[in-house]
Design a protein around this ligand. Structure first.
Ligand code: PMP
Length: 427
């Protein structure tokens, strides 16, 4: 059933390292060969062997209306007819920035980039430029893209300066990154005791890169207080949650506000886009208004702007979508939980808006260490593999979240739960 994907993968491996352009796609943590995708349509993916899958990944979040949404497709085609890129300002950038700014009380200006990695990298530079400080705090298990200073593992211990987590990253570049434990207030306080030079905390306020693990209200409140006390800025990385967790992203659900917000894929509806945003005072430090340099030839690309604009306007004119999507997500994970209980399998589930997560674990993990310790990765690998065979495409790692789209029907969800029931009998 995967013959063509297997040979496509072999061919890819000859010319692309590991056969993929982003490591998680290689299915290394679950085993097997990744299906090579030919096309998407609404809720579904179709691979080169002709297999059809209900897609619970939706390009890792951006496709809230599913694949090939007619309005977004039309906007992309019409805009592309006027030219793909100008490297000059267009009104589309102002329009998309306006749509974003309108949703958040505490941001006035947006700068577009082309990926989430660029957004967080630039936000950190801005925070350092504004505060005149050098160190940053990052939490274990939060992913903010692959820029050098963010590829960090614990050095001599948590709450101290980190060591590079990848060859190619000089230790000199990570020596300004303090790594702390998510949802651990004491640990975070220690970071501020260990350095008086902290420019910012960067956090996924609802983490989606260690599975779905939300920060507690109390933890976020302390993040805010410590930043205020020490003259640091709080960066909310909403690359995944922006316009996903709610119309106002994670910030719409939580009680704490950040200073800088980063956005990504979701605001491009599947086109390569990222952005960072803050008050006009903070953004005023950015070149050409201020002195903090940041740039991009394809930034604010018109076709990407048109896709994002269409998607955001659809969301804003149908805000009830979030409730519908959450109801679908709840239906899915509570169904999975029910069949897990029936089959004597520990499963922890959660949702935030259109995002969902499940862990094969007996206890709810609240940080990366607990995800690693509590969760049965072998069981997840087997489950994933069998679900793919039955036509259900989940994120290929227990460290990832899942995403609902408007096109996934109740019937798709019910079929998924019965397939899971079958599989869990022998898991
Ligand atoms: N921040 C978060 C929270 C993310 O989830 C991701 C990617 N999944 C990134 C940053 C990096 O975005 P990109 O892959 O577009 O560079």
């Amino acid at each position: 059933m995967f013959d063509k994907s297997i040979s496509a993968y072999d061919e890819a491996c000859k010319v692309i390292p590991g056969g993929v352009d982003s490591p998680v796609r290689a299915f290394k943590s679950v085993g097997g060969t990744p299906p090579f995708i030919q096309r998407g349509e609404g809720a579904y993916l179709f691979d080169v062997d002709g297999n059809k899958y209900v897609d619970f990944v939706q390009s890792w979040g951006p496709l809230i209306f599913g694949h090939c949404d007619k309005d977004i497709e039309e906007a992309v085609i019409q805009t592309a007819k006027n030219g793909l890129s100008f490297g000059a300002p267009t009104e589309l950038e102002t329009q998309l920035a306006t749509e974003i700014v309108e949703m958040y009380d505490y941001i006035d200006k947006v700068r577009f980039v082309s990926s989430g990695t660029e957004a967080t990298m630039s936000a950190i530079r801005l925070a350092r430029g504004v505060t005149g400080k050098n160190d940053i705090i990052k939490f274990e298990g939060c992913y903010h893209g692959h820029s050098d200073s963010l590829l960090v593992q614990a050095g001599s211990g948590m709450a101290t300066f980190g060591a590079p987590s990848s060859p190619g990253v000089p230790a000199d570049l990570t020596k300004h990154t303090l790594l702390s434990e998510y949802n651990n207030i004491e640990n975070l306080k220690k970071c501020f005791e260990n350095s008086s030079d902290i420019a910012c905390i960067i956090i996924e306020p609802i983490a989606g890169n260690m599975g779905l693990v939300p920060a507690s209200d109390e933890f976020l409140k302390v993040c805010r207080e410590l930043c205020d006390e020490h003259g640091a800025l709080l960066i909310f990385d909403e690359v995944m949650t922006g316009f996903r967790a709610s119309l106002k992203g994670a910030s719409g659900i939580l009680k704490t506000q950040g200073d800088i917000i980063t956005f990504g894929k979701v605001i491009g509806a599947g086109m390569p886009v990222g952005a960072f945003a803050a008050s006009k005072e903070i953004m005023g430090h950015l070149s050409p208004e201020g002195t903090v340099y940041q740039a991009g030839t394809l930034s604010g690309n018109p076709v990407a702007m048109a896709a994002g604009l269409t998607s955001l306007r659809k969301l804003k004119s149908n805000p009830e979508i979030y409730e519908t999507l959450n109801a679908k997500a709840v239906k899915l994970v509570s169904g999975l939980k029910e069949v897990a209980i029936k089959n004597n399998i520990g499963l922890q589930v959660d949702t935030r808006g259109s995002m969902f997560g499940f862990f094969f674990a007996d206890k709810v993990p609240t940080n990366f260490k607990e995800v690693s310790e509590f969760c049965d990765f072998q069981r997840f690998g087997k489950f994933h593999h069998e679900m793919i065979k039955k036509g259900f495409y989940f994120a290929c790692s227990q460290y990832e979240a899942g995403f609902m789209c408007t096109e996934i029907s109740d019937e798709d969800i019910e079929a998924c739960i019965s397939a899971a029931d079958e599989i869990m009998k022998n898991l």
